[in-house]
Design a protein around this ligand. Structure first.
Ligand code: NDP
Ligand code: MG
Length: 382
């Protein structure tokens, strides 16, 4: 039995993780659930799964959660500090990080320091501080198991392989709702259009990142750290059907791909059960229903964020942290209809030019860079 802490249990990945736990309750149990402010769903989840801890970040919702769960043996707490401390509990085996954005960084660091394996959905953590995270994981002999579907695909292709024999990896991208569109078209797209992803139902932030291709840029950086690669070993290819989840090309020219219908429950289950494979009744992929799987080059002139992410990766230091913070602010503003779609890339590019580059940042530097960039980006919006 593995005891799982889910950071962000009320989100898209969090709720799908609970479905996986519900379907495999002989193998997994939920030890800790956390939400930002969705008290209602956290309460429902806690009543069903009876975790040892239920934590709500928003202090104003604490009483409501506490009272609703008073009849159960659940410790209810509030605030980020409670999450950072509780992830180190000795009874936790795996911490599944499904919070959005930079907020996932510090709890993940604490969990690694306490020797917990990480099932990592929160890609921003690796984008911001990949070097620190992978260094700590090595030091504490902790596994970072990817939940992101592309990285899970690569991880599965690499099972039993020597990582030093990788020539390159090829990350697939659906292309999002605006695939094939022009810059002129993007200038006028609305929030509602951007939130309609063709193949995946996900939280709002990652859905906008998918529409702007920033998600793919963040995934390139995530892959660099997960698989210890150079930027020139990481290719992106657009594959609108989202069936081939990603590929690895080895030094003998052989390519392995991992395929399946788009369903995040599979990579979640693979990460939680690793190194075992579990029998499921998920709907099977049938080649006959997909006579045409197609592939095309990403348009990095129109979708500038992908190019900016490669630039950030090449510059290194705190630059990926800068683009991440700028992007979080830009996406939040776009979701509030404060800026247009293209302004998101403008904000990121300006932050890359103006916020101070630190070549070898400490954790303290990353925390400062994140703060500084957010203030700078916010000023560009007002
Ligand atoms: P959602 O927005 O659906 O859920 C986010 C979860 O984190 C919710 O439980 C939310 O609580 C909580 N949360 C949000 N902000 C904070 C904060 N500042 N502090 C603490 N908790 C917070 O996101 P997703 O599930 O879509 O994505 C989660 C992560 O997984 C992201 O990093 C994303 O990039 C990654 N990912 C997601 C995929 C997907 O299919 N959705 C695929 C691959 C990666 P509340 O509900 O109370 O707001
Ligand atoms: Mg992905």
């Amino acid at each position: 039995m593995k005891s799982i802490a889910i950071l962000g249990s009320t989100g898209s990945i969090g709720t799908q993780t609970l479905e996986v736990i519900r379907d495999n309750n002989q193998m997994f149990s939920a030890f800790m659930l956390t939400a930002h402010s969705n008290a209602y769903l956290l309460i429902q989840q806690a009543i069903e799964f009876v975790p040892r801890y239920a934590i709500i970040c928003d202090d104003t919702r604490y009483q409501e959660v506490k009272e609703a769960l008073a009849h159960l043996p659940i410790t209810v707490m509030s605030g980020h500090q409670a999450i950072k401390e509780t992830v180190t509990h000795p009874e936790i085996d795996v911490v599944l990080t499904a919070m959005v954005g930079f907020a996932g960084l510090e709890p993940t660091i604490n969990a690694i320091k306490a020797g917990k394996d990480i099932a990592l959905a929160n890609k921003e953590t690796l984008v911001v501080a990949g070097e620190i995270i992978t260094g700590l994981a090595k030091q504490h002999n902790v596994k970072i198991l990817p939940v992101d579907s592309e990285h899970s695909a690569i991880f599965q292709c690499l099972a039993g392989e020597d990582y030093s024999k990788i020539e390159k990896i090829i990350i697939t991208a659906s292309g999002g709702p605006f695939r094939g569109k022009t810059t002129q078209y993007l200038a006028n797209v609305t929030r509602e259009q951007a939130l309609k992803h063709p193949n995946w139902v996900m939280g709002a932030k990652i859905t906008i990142d998918s529409a702007s291709l920033m998600n793919k840029g963040l995934e390139v950086i995530e892959a660099k750290w997960l698989f210890d690669l150079r930027a020139d070993q990481i290719d992106v290819i657009v594959h609108p059907q989202s069936i081939v989840h990603s590929l690895v090309q080895f030094q003998d020219g052989s390519i392995k791909a991992q395929m399946g219908l788009p369903d995040m429950k599979l990579p979640i289950l693979y990460a939680l059960a690793y190194p075992n494979r579990v029998t499921t009744n998920f709907i099977r992929f049938d080649f006959i229903n997909y006579p045409h799987l197609s592939f095309e080059k990403p348009d990095i002139d129109t979708f500038r964020n992908l190019r900016l992410a490669y630039e950030a990766l090449n510059q290194g230091g705190n630059m990926p942290c800068i683009i991440n913070a700028a992007n979080e602010v830009a996406v939040a503003a776009f979701l509030k209809n404060e800026i247009g779609f293209l302004a998101m890339s403008d904000i990121i590019e300006t932050c890359m030019q103006k916020v101070r580059l630190i070549k070898e940042p400490s954790l303290h530097d990353y925390l400062n860079t994140d703060k500084e960039t957010r203030i700078f980006a916010q000023n560009l919006i007002q």
